[in-house]
Design a protein around this ligand. Structure first.
Ligand code: SAH
Length: 592
C-alpha cells in the first residue's frame, strides 16, 4: 500500500488511544478488573483502567494519563452501581490502598482471585487445561479481622495532635485510623493506651522530615489460637522515659505476654531495627498452627492469616502424600513452619532458608515441639541445593553403598545418602519473584515423585510450573487459598507429579463382576481418600490409610512398608477416621 493512500485516511475512522487526551471525561461500562483490582472498561476499543470502579459499574471518569494503546482514568461518578458492590467496612479504604477490593462482594472477590490464578496458568504457563486441575478457591467464613499482625506509624497531624494509622497509598502521609477492620480489636485498645501515654508524658512521635522525635511505629501481634498479645514500640533511641507507666497500662490488656522496644535510629523506610529491649514479660509470643507450636519474636516472619495458613499447610501436607517413609526438602522454609508441619508425617525433612535468624527460630521451634527428624540449612536455595546434589553424588559414588542417612566420610566431608539426593517430595514456597532457574534445574535432577509449590504470586508460579512441566512433571492439582481477603493477593498451592516414562497402551474392555472384584480390591489411596471426603466430608491422609490397611492385613505397597522406628513422632489414626477408612475399604471390596 502506497504512502499516498495512507495519508488519505480520515482521522475519525482511526481507532486508537491518541484520540483521547488528559482531562477528557468518559462514560464507561466496567467489564473486568485488573490484577491490582482496578476496574477495566473500553471506549472506542481503547482500554481504560479506573481505580475504585468495580466490575459491573457504569461510571464517568476523567482521563489522567494516556499510553500508546490504553489509558488511566479517575473515577468521577458511579452512574449505575454494580450488583457486585458491597458496603466497605472501612471509611478510609479508598485513600489507604491496603484493601483494593473492599467495595466488591466477597463472593466476587473469590471469583476474581480464582480467575487471576487460572489466567496466569493459561497465559503464562501454557496450561490450556488448567481448569481440570483447579479446585474451588478456599475462602474465609469471616473475611475481616483475620490479621494477627499490624504495624501502625505514629506522627502528628496538621493540628499537632498525635495520630496513628496507615500510610496513604504511595505516600508517607498518615491517615489516622486506629481501627483497621482487617486486624483484631486489640490493636485499637493498644493504640489508645500508647497514644494516651505519649500525650500524658510528653513523648514525641518521630518526624521523618527532621529525623527527630522518639516513637516511630507500634507493632502489635496476637496469637489467634493462644490469645497471647505482643506490643513492640519501634523507637528512634535506646530508652523510653516513664516506661513503667506504659507497661502498667498495657498490662490491663487481656492476654498481654510480651512488651518490647525495638531500636531503629536510622533514617530509613525499613520499619524494624535489629536490636530488641525487653520491657516486660517474654520477648516472644507463642501461637499454634494445627498442633505445632511456634515461637514468634517481633523480628520473625510469620504468616499473617493464621486461619487460612492452617488450611494452606493442610493442603500442602495432603499434596505431599506422606506416609511416614518419605524424605522431603522444604525450600524457602522461613522459620520452619511448613517443615515442622510435614515432619510429623515424614521420615526426614530438610529445610533451606536464606535468613540465618529465621533458621535459628526454625531450630528453636523444632526443639519446642520435640521434633527431631528435621535439619535446617542457611543459604540460597539455588546454591544450597545444587551444591548438595553435586557434592552428594560424588560422595555417594565414592562410598557406593547408598546409605540412606547423611554421615561423614573418612576425610570428614559430609556424605549425603541417596534419600537426600533423590527425595520423595520437594516443597517450595519462594518470595514473589519465584524460584531461580538453577533451583528448578536441580529439582528436576533430583527427580522427586512430587513437587508441592506454594506461591504468593501466580504469575511467577505459572512461569516456574511451565519449566517443571517441560522437564518431566505434570500438573495434578491447584488449590487457591484466600489468605488476604479485601486485597488482591492470593496464595496458591500446586501439586506436580513426575511423569512415568513407560509407554501406555490403552485397552477398552468390558468387565465381568469377577473382574471388577479383582480390580476394586486395589483401590488407590486417592480413591479411598476421595470416598471418605465424599461420604464423611473429612480428610484422611495417606499415612492413616496405610496404617489402617496394615492393621487389616492388606498390602500397603513398598514405600509404605518402610520402618517407622526412625520417626517416633508419627501420629496415629484417630478412631473416628479409622471407622471411615474401614468403610471405604469395605466399599471397595478390600475387606469384609
Ligand atoms: N515457608 C515459610 C516462608 C515463606 S516466605 C512460611 O510459610 O512461613 C519466603 C521465604 O523465602 C522467606 O523466609 C525468605 O527469607 C526466603 N528466601 C528468599 N529468597 C531466598 C532464596 N534465594 N533462597 C532461600 N530462601 C529465600
Amino acid at each position: 500500500m502506497g504512502k499516498k493512500h495512507m495519508k488519505g485516511k480520515a482521522p475519525e475512522t482511526v481507532f486508537g488511544a491518541f484520540q483521547f487526551k488528559k482531562d477528557d471525561v468518559l462514560k464507561l461500562q466496567i467489564e473486568d478488573m485488573g490484577v491490582d483490582g482496578e476496574g477495566i472498561g473500553k471506549v472506542e476499543n481503547v482500554t481504560f483502567f479506573v481505580k475504585d470502579a468495580v466490575v459491573g459499574d457504569v461510571v464517568t471518569a476523567k482521563v489522567m494519563k494516556m499510553k500508546k494503546s490504553y489509558g488511566y482514568a479517575r473515577l468521577l461518578e458511579i452512574v449505575e452501581p454494580s450488583p457486585y458492590r458491597a458496603e466497605p467496612k472501612c471509611e478510609f479504604h479508598r485513600q489507604c490502598g491496603g484493601c483494593q477490593l473492599q467495595a466488591l462482594s466477597y463472593e466476587k472477590q473469590l471469583e476474581f482471585k480464582e480467575q487471576k490464578v487460572r489466567n496466569n496458568l493459561i497465559r503464562i504457563g501454557g496450561f490450556q487445561d488448567a481448569n481440570g486441575a483447579m479446585e474451588p478457591i478456599l475462602g474465609m467464613e469471616e473475611p475481616y479481622y483475620y490479621r494477627n499482625k499490624a504495624q501502625f506509624p505514629v506522627g502528628r497531624d496538621k493540628e499537632g495532635r498525635i495520630v496513628a494509622g496507615f500510610y496513604a497509598s504511595r505516600s508517607h502521609n498518615i491517615i489516622p485510623n486506629r481501627r483497621c477492620h482487617l486486624g483484631d480489636g486489640v490493636n485499637e485498645r493498644v493504640l489508645d493506651i500508647v497514644i494516651g501515654f505519649m500525650e500524658e508524658f510528653g513523648i514525641e512521635p518521630y518526624d521523618e522530615a527532621t529525623g527527630r522525635g522518639l516513637v516511630r511505629h507500634v507493632l502489635v501481634r496476637k496469637g489467634f489460637f493462644t490469645g497471647e498479645v505482643m506490643v513492640c514500640l519501634v523507637i528512634n533511641g535506646r530508652s523510653l522515659p516513664y516506661r513503667e507507666k506504659l507497661v502498667s497500662k498495657l498490662l490491663d490488656v487481656e492476654g498481654m505476654t510480651s512488651i518490647t522496644l525495638n531500636v531503629n535510629e536510622r533514617n530509613t523506610n525499613v520499619i524494624l531495627g535489629e536490636e530488641l529491649i525487653l520491657l516486660w514479660g517474654k520477648d516472644f509470643i507463642t501461637d499454634t498452627i494445627g498442633d505445632i507450636r511456634y515461637r514468634i519474636s517481633p523480628l520473625s516472619f510469620y504468616q499473617v492469616n493464621p486461619v487460612q495458613t492452617r488450611r494452606l499447610y493442610e493442603t500442602a501436607l495432603q499434596y505431599a502424600g506422606l506416609t511416614g517413609a518419605e524424605t522431603v526438602w522444604d525450600l524457602y522454609c522461613g522459620i520452619g513452619t511448613i517443615s515442622l508441619f510435614l515432619a510429623r508425617e515424614a521420615k526426614m525433612v530438610y529445610g533451606v532458608e536464606i535468613v540465618g535468624k529465621a533458621i535459628e527460630n526454625a531450630r528453636d521451634n523444632a526443639a519446642l515441639n520435640g521434633i527431631e527428624n528435621v535439619e535446617f540449612f542457611v543459604g540460597k536455595a539455588e546454591e544450597v541445593l545444587p551444591e548438595f546434589y553435586e557434592s552428594g553424588r560424588e560422595a555417594v559414588a565414592d562410598s557406593d553403598e547408598g546409605d540412606s542417612k547423611a554421615g561423614r566420610s573418612g576425610d570428614g566431608r559430609k556424605v549425603h545418602g541417596k534419600d537426600m539426593l533423590h527425595p520423595d517430595v520437594i516443597v517450595v514456597d519462594p518470595p514473589r519473584k519465584g524460584c531461580d532457574e538453577r533451583c528448578l534445574e536441580t529439582i528436576v535432577k533430583m527427580r522427586p515423585e512430587r513437587v508441592v509449590y506454594v506461591s504468593c504470586d501466580s504469575a511467577t508460579l505459572a512461569r516456574d510450573l511451565k519449566y517443571l512441566c517441560g522437564n518431566g512433571y505434570e500438573l495434578k492439582r491447584v488449590q487457591a487459598v484466600d489468605m488476604f481477603p479485601q486485597t488482591v493477593g492470593v496464595e496458591t498451592c500446586v501439586l506436580l507429579s513426575r511423569k512415568r516414562s513407560t509407554t501406555r497402551i490403552e485397552i477398552e474392555m468390558d468387565l465381568t463382576e469377577a473382574d471388577r472384584r479383582e480390580c476394586i480390591g486395589k483401590a488407590t489411596y486417592q480413591e479411598i481418600a476421595d470416598y471418605v471426603m465424599e461420604h464423611y466430608q473429612a480428610h484422611v491422609s495417606r499415612l492413616y490409610i496405610a496404617q489402617i490397611k496394615r492393621k487389616c492385613g492388606l498390602d500397603v505397597g513398598e514405600a509404605y512398608n518402610k520402618p517407622k522406628c526412625e520417626n517416633p513422632k508419627v501420629p496415629n489414626c484417630p478412631p473416628e477416621k479409622e471407622k471411615m477408612i474401614k468403610e471405604a475399604l469395605k466399599y471397595f471390596g478390600m475387606i469384609k
